[in-house]
Design a protein around this ligand. Structure first.
Ligand code: NAP
Length: 247
């Protein structure tokens, strides 16, 4: 099916690090659900080059936002990286994807595991009321290489202030030694029980788990969870583990 592209305008470009940025833009897209992804594109040498990105923004906000890593030599992100306020980009009119709260079965606690830019989709989900209303506790685990990639700190602080006692935010940083962070990859943090200890709750058969980010992190995390009796959540057979693999 042909994609309907909407021209939109950059309203802010946040430079978290030299290679990690978020871009906010305005565009008249169709209503979307938190957790869905769109495609963002630019005309490069006369051709529209596009890539999928999850929305970091949430349907109740009046702007759209994505987060991306600038890959030098890549087809799209070097041009994306150049965008300034007022510049135009193309966005797919209709978002898609099933990494949304309606697809997550009932449970006691909700665990959200992200590496790198995979955090973005959880920011979108947590800006909506569903996760807060449906779960007793939310454990947000973000794994990055270096501390400066621990993005959206202010937003996460606001989630905690708005929902006292409901969220545990756990950071893992793998390529630097940092106080207040675990210095290991997420699957190792689970294997060694360090993540669960910081969360002050165990992962149990009534937990729901959402995972987004590095595909190998997803595989290893799923292996750990399956060893502990949790199952993939499928439309045909509901379970505990809902995934978003995006590259
Ligand atoms: P990433 O490379 O996936 O790293 C994010 C976190 O995931 C790191 O803590 C990393 O640990 C961990 N990880 C990697 N492989 C894993 C595995 N098999 N199991 C468990 N955890 C794993 O994500 P990113 O830094 O956001 O980069 C995304 C893409 O952009 C990559 O292709 C990268 O090469 C490219 N890129 C990144 C940067 C940057 O500054 N982050 C700059 C330019 C390009 P380790 O540190 O132990 O790998």
């Amino acid at each position: 099916m042909a994609i309907n592209w909407i021209e939109s305008e950059v309203i802010e470009h946040i430079r978290w690090t030299d290679s990690l940025s978020s871009v906010k833009f305005k565009g008249n897209v169709l209503p979307y659900t938190a957790g869905q992804f769109t495609k963002v594109g630019l005309k490069i040498n006369g051709e529209l080059v596009s890539r999928p990105y999850s929305y970091v923004s949430s349907p109740n906000e009046d702007y759209l936002e994505i987060i991306y890593v600038h890959v030098p030599g890549g087809l799209l992100t070097p041009a994306l990286h150049e965008l300034k306020v007022g510049d135009k980009l193309h966005v797919m009119e209709k978002a898609s994807g099933f990494f949304v709260m309606d697809e997550v079965p009932k449970g006691k606690n909700l665990w959200m595991f992200a590496t790198g830019t995979g955090l973005g989709v959880f920011i979108s989900l947590l800006k909506t009321s569903q996760p807060w209303e449906r779960f007793e506790k939310i454990i947000l685990v973000h794994g990055v290489r270096t501390k400066k990639e621990l993005v959206y700190q202010e937003q996460i602080k606001k989630f905690a202030e708005d929902n006292p006692g409901k969220i545990k935010y756990i950071q893992t940083v793998t390529r630097e030694k940092e106080a207040d962070c675990l210095n290991l990859r997420i699957p190792q943090g689970l294997e060694t029980n360090k993540i669960q200890k910081l969360a002050e709750v165990e992962i149990t058969l009534d937990s729901q788990i959402m995972i987004c980010g590095n595909p190998e992190m997803i595989n290893d995390t799923v292996t750990f969870l399956e060893k502990n009796g949790l199952e993939r959540n499928r439309r045909s057979k509901p379970g505990n583990i809902t995934l978003e693999k995006y590259w």
